[in-house]
Each structure stands twice: as C-alpha cells, then as structure tokens.
Ligand binder design. Sequence first.
Ligand code: BF8
Ligand code: SF4
Length: 653
Amino acid sequence: MAKPLELIKVEDLTICESTAQMITKAREDGVELFFDRANAMKPCPIGEQAACCKHCSMGPCRMNVNSPYDRVGVCGATIDTIVARNFGRMVAAGTAAHTDHGMAMLELFRDVINGKVKDYSIKDPIKLLEIAASLDIVTEGRDLKAVALDLYHELEKTYTQVDGEIPMMKRVPVKTLEQWRAAGIVPRGAMREIMEMMHRTAMGVDQDYENITKQISRTALADGWGGSMVSTDISDILFGTPSPIEVEVDMGVLKEDQVNIIVHGHEPNLLESMVVSAADPTLVEAAKKAGAKGINLVGMCCSGLEALSRHGLPHAGNFSSTEAVLVTGSIDAMTVDIQCIKQGLKKVADFYETPFITTNYRAKIEGALHIPLEEHEPRECTDEIVIKAISRFKSRKKPIQIPKNKARGVHGFSFEYINYMLGGSFRGSYTPLNDNIINGRIRGVAGVVGCTNPRSKQDYSHVELVKELIKNDVLVLQTGCSQMALAKAGLTGTGAAALAGPGLAEVCETVGMPPILGLGSCVDNSRILVAAAEMVKVGGLGDCLADLPAAGCAPEWMSEKAIAIGHYFVASGLYVVFGHTFPMTKGTKFEKHLFEDLEKLGFGKWAFADDPREMARLMIAHIDKKRLQLGIDKTRERVLLDMADRRELDASA
Ligand code: BF8
Ligand code: SF4
C-alpha cells in the first residue's frame, strides 16, 4: 500500500528549494503533481527489470525475476533474448528521438540555404566551413551557399544512407573506427539502423543476445556520432556556437510584474523565434499597456539550455520542475514542442489558468491549444503566443507565489571554446588539457548528464556526485537536466573551484575556467564525443577512445534517450554508470555482457550504482585503472606531493 500522499516529506522528494515550495503549495491547492503519481503507482516489479515481453499476442510473457532461467516465453524466448530485445527497443526509441530532432534541424538548414525560410539565417559561417572541410568538402574559393548545399547533402546521409558509413565517422579516432569496422557496428544511416533494430527485436527474429547487442551498438552510434552530432553542429551554424555567458537560473527568475512565458522542449527554433517575438517593440508596448513592466521569456529543460547557452536566457529549472513552475501561478503561457513534455502539465496549467500551447505537429496534447510553428513564418506562431500571454497577464486571478531562489553561473561551453580557452586564440588546442591529465593535476574527465526522475530525490545525486568528482580532481562536463541541477545549486561558476581538489583547482585558476563545464542540451552530449576524439588525437592518452581516463554517469535518468546516450558512450569505449534503476534482469547473461564482456571486447561497459558516492567511487576507480594502463599513475602522486609541500612552505612562511 502506498503511503498517504501527505506523509511523504517534501524534503525526500527534492533538494530544489523552489520545487519543494511549489510541491507544498500544490498540496494546499489540491493539485496533483507527478511526484504524487509516482508515489501512488509503484513500478511494476517485472517491467522494472525488463523481464516481460509483449512483442506478440501469444504473450505477453512474464519471466520470473527471482529465478530468470526458470521459464521461457510461449515462443521459447529466453530471458536473455527478452531483456536484450527490450534494451534494443529503448535504444531504437532514444536514437529515433535524437535523430528526428537532428533531421528537423537539417531540413531547416536546407530551407534557410534555399531561401525558403527567411526568419532564420546562418549565424556561424566559420563553423559551417570548418565542418564542411572536415568532411572533405571543397571550401576554397567557393561561395558559402554552394558549400552549405554540399554540406546539407553530405549530412543528409546521416539519416537516409542505406549502405556505407555515416559522414561523421571521419571524426572517430582511427583505431576506434577500425575496431567498429571489425565488429561490424559502423552505422550506415540512422533510419536503416533503427529499422533494423525494430525488425531484429520483433517476434521470431534475432534471438541471440550477443548478436542483438551488436545492432544495439550500431544504432546507438548512429545517434551519438550521427543524429545528435548533426543536430548540435547545425544548431550552432544556424543559431551560433555558444561561448561562456553568465546566466541566472531557478524559479526566482520569474517576475510578478512581468508577462512570464515558459518555453519547454528541445528544438531550438521555437525559442529562437520566441526571443524575437518577446523583444518586438509592439508586443512589449502591448504588455506595458496591460500593466506589465515587460515580457520575461524563460526556458526550461533542453530548449531552455539551448537558449541559455546562446543568448544567456534565464532558465527556470529541469524536468522535475515543469509542473511545479506552473504552481507559482505566475506563468502567463507555457509553450512546448517535443520530448519530455508530461501530459500532466495540461491539467496543472488548467488549474492555474495558464494557456498551455503545443507548437509541433509531431507532439499534440489532447485538449491543449495547438498553434503550429511553421518555419517559413515562425513569428505567426510565436507572436500569437505572446499575445495570449499578455491577455492572461491582464486577467490574472489566482494568487501568485514565486520562490525567491536564484543562482548565477557560467554556461555555454562548447568544444570550440574549450579549445580556445585552453590554448588561446592563436594556438587553440587540447594539449594543455592532456598535459594536465598526464602530469596528474587533472585525474580524468567525467560526463555527468541526464534527467531527473520523481522516483529519485530531484537533483540530489547529480549534485553529490559532481561535488565528489571535482573534489577528487576530476573535471566534469555536463549537459541536460543534470547541468541545471548543478546550476541551481550555485556550482556552475568559477567559485566552484573552491570545492575542487588541489590539482584541478590549480588548473582552473591558471586557465580561468570553472571545474564544471556546462555544454548544453542532451543532443550536445555529442560535444563530449568530439572533445574525447580530440583528446585522443592530441596524443599522450592512448590511441583509442577506450584508453582515455574518462567516465560518464546519468544518476537520475528516466528517458529512453538516456539509454541510447549511455550506450553510444559504452560502444565508443567509455565507462558509463547509471543510477537509481536499470532496465535489466539481475543475474542474466545479458547483464554480464553489458557490465563485463563488452570491455573485454575493447568497448566501454555499463555499471549501476544507487548512491552518488558509490557512483563517484566506481568512476574514479575506472579513471585510475586507465591511468595505470597508460603508465601515468605515478605522476599524480608526485604532483599532489608537490602541492602539499608547497602548501606547507606557504604555511611556514
Ligand atoms: O533531452 S535530460 S529529462 S529534458 S531526456 Fe528530458 Fe532527460 Fe531532461 Fe532534455 Ni535529456
Ligand atoms: Fe511471448 Fe515470445 Fe511473443 Fe514475446 S515474442 S510475447 S516471449 S511469445
């Protein structure tokens, strides 16, 4: 029996002070949030371990999670076949989400080049030329449009090609690529890989978990090095490559005396057009006539991270706060596009009389107002949203309660900026990063990414894990809702260096960078892949991605997209820890395959831990193991000794 809702302490649900206040208010208002639903509905114990199959009508077949080899499905499918197929379909879905998003960006790019779309333009022609050149497209002496068109056609292969290798394979370190070729997992094109993944996991097709895993890897790589990477690059070309910018985050960015508009979702084009509409003098004037001091545009989730990185737009919070933000009563419109948009938002928005607007034909919500964003006329949609918000401001009836919490931090790091930051504008380079890893000041690099989840105390594991990593001299790269967790905790500024270990703190001080670098939305995990490939290229840290002293973690994940991301890091050679739950039947051969065998085959591997300190311990142990294999384990002891000596000298001076 679930505990009565009132008895769940708010402090057990979140460490986000604003969200906690809004959960309390929602309870007073009698409004149900997803935290309440998560409590009322315990996860199915069989589904939680991915031990059921409903791929045909002879089933659904439910395995015994306590004794997984006790029985097989009606067709004879074993537990290993069933969990591997379920895992494969999660990867297919996650990959489909990122690649469909990437393809939409690429189509927009094409229409901008063709002149069909005039409201967007090419903001970073240098990046366009660099990417084109890296894909062997001739750029010298040609006009930008011609190069751009060639680039479009080349990148389209990422999605539509049926045979061969996707274009971004040119960025993969040679030895890693050779290993993928030998294993037969180089992606041909995302559509083909997703199609084959779905086919192979249908009833009566691939029933060998090792063979299924190969297609899982090929599909996931089509996401990381394909759909997601193209999405990041094209978004940078169209909307600008981010560089560090100071930004305010948390619900305290909402303003009682302004028209507050929340944009939540994933594709940057909606927010880019919202930015223009919200600054339009006529609309600002209309807002003022309605009694507002102005229009306050605020992002949430990954859309918010895209605009925060590029425009310094304030951000109200991550996935677990999207319902809670409506409870403030101060939101005059919430507009969404695709992904991570809870259907439950509609009911909460209705209660607080907030217009809730869907904008993308792929993601309508029953009962919600739909105002389509047409790329050739985006302002028609976004102006109308602003007008709706102004009229809601005018007729605000519900009491407003805005949490005061607000944190400032630095965001907007990109692969390119890290290059510049480390090496200077004339000799931009990752060499100083590698040098500092080799000399032991930096122990290794970690990616801490992914969602929040109502079944896991919001933000807690993200913050504790990252603190533990930097304390141990591990440089942390962040994306997605995890980045926002640390931002709200006030740990994305240079001040966080005070919590870093002595080696990392020294490097941060010398270079003038924070120990936690926010890289943007979830598709921007591809920036981590590009940075990792560069570290291999620069030299001194082995010759394939699997050699790097690096690890990744999604401590509070919930989306299938996170599984796709985790697996593309594993297939690329990295060690990946997931927290709070894992879609796996314990004690199966498939579990051993993902958690042990893949590493022996030269890939990375998966791991699971519940507690953030345990996650950190596992990641650091892996980093140390790689340091040992690289023969750089001793340098670290020396440098730490040096620093201790120096401090002693300082103290005695
Ligand atoms: O793509 S981190 S909850 S918002 S899935 Fe969703 Fe997870 Fe947030 Fe962005 Ni990513
Ligand atoms: Fe059951 Fe096999 Fe059908 Fe799955 S495919 S539901 S295991 S009979």
